[in-house]
Ligand binder design. Structure first.
Ligand SMILES: [Zn+2]
Length: 264
């Protein structure tokens, strides 16, 4: 199920008894964890789906168009990508929640504008980055901070940084306002383009990603190999092109060793 679904956009989700918000079409599954009869699916926008199976329960995987091994009426939840359908049978519980701690503790501060809303004021996002209390924060961390911006997520943050050639390690205090405007505009457009492409039911026209899920393959712009590492804030996968995403890479700007490597 991991190799079929991770890194794929969700084309359809349905559940007969879901407790919580439904995963959005166009979002990408980044993690699938299993512990006994508990399954957890984590989408790139931070939504987590948890199912607890009954003794008779199972998660089955089918190619689109294949005949199911169990009755359709026994299905409790269904996740569909372009090629695969994962079907949950006989679940005792199907629930979703947000993984960002900020959403569980609203008292920790306000929540940023939702970039997946086409009418959002994008300048609010630019200003929130500029007004961040710590100018040494890496741009990727800022883009994944729900207090600054919501609705973007790990996948589209990576695509937007690639589009503007910004290094994910660029410090926000080093980035000009004009570059931030370009980044936020790109992020919003890439997000809308990908989500709109999936909106017409029955007509799936997926736009390929440039960096996400493409580690080891050639960058379409500079032919260098797309890199993969993990990085703060949450050690989610970071895809970037080391060949052409070098703008404001702090590692090239000075000789400051990474935190923890400094001698006493
Ligand atoms: Zn490149």
């Amino acid at each position: 199920m991991r190799s079929a679904l991770i890194g794929q956009q969700t084309v359809c989700f349905s559940s007969r008894r879901l407790n919580g918000p439904a995963p959005s079409v166009g979002r990408v599954i980044e993690q699938i964890e299993r512990s006994g009869r508990d399954f957890e699916f984590v989408w790139d926008d931070g939504l987590v789906l948890r199912t607890e199976l009954k003794r008779t329960g199972s998660w089955d995987l089918y190619r689109v168009g294949d005949r199911w091994r169990r009755k359709q009426s026994d299905a409790t939840a269904l996740i569909e990508s372009t090629d695969w359908i994962a079907v949950c049978f006989d679940a005792a519980e199907v629930e979703t929640f947000r993984s960002e701690p900020i959403d569980r503790h609203p008292s920790r501060g306000r929540v940023g504008p939702d970039l997946s809303d086409p009418y959002v004021d994008r300048e609010l996002v630019v200003n929130a980055i500029i007004e961040h209390h710590d100018p040494s924060t890496r741009i990727r961390e800022a883009l994944l901070d729900p207090r600054i911006v919501r609705g973007l997520g790990n996948v589209y943050a990576a695509e937007a940084m690639w589009a503007t050639r910004l290094s994910p390690w660029a410090r926000i205090g080093d980035i000009a306002r004009s570059d931030l405007i370009m980044l936020v505009n790109y992020a919003s457009r890439i997000l809308r383009d990908h989500l709109d492409a999936l909106e017409d039911e029955g007509f799936v026209r997926l736009i390929p990603f440039e960096v996400y899920g493409r580690n080891g393959r050639a960058c379409t712009r500079c032919k260098d190999s797309i890199g993969l590492t993990t990085a703060p804030p949450d050690d989610r996968p970071l895809y970037w092109c080391p060949g052409c995403q070098t703008r404001l890479d702090w590692r090239l700007l000075d000789d400051t060793p990474p935190a923890g490597a400094r001698s006493a």
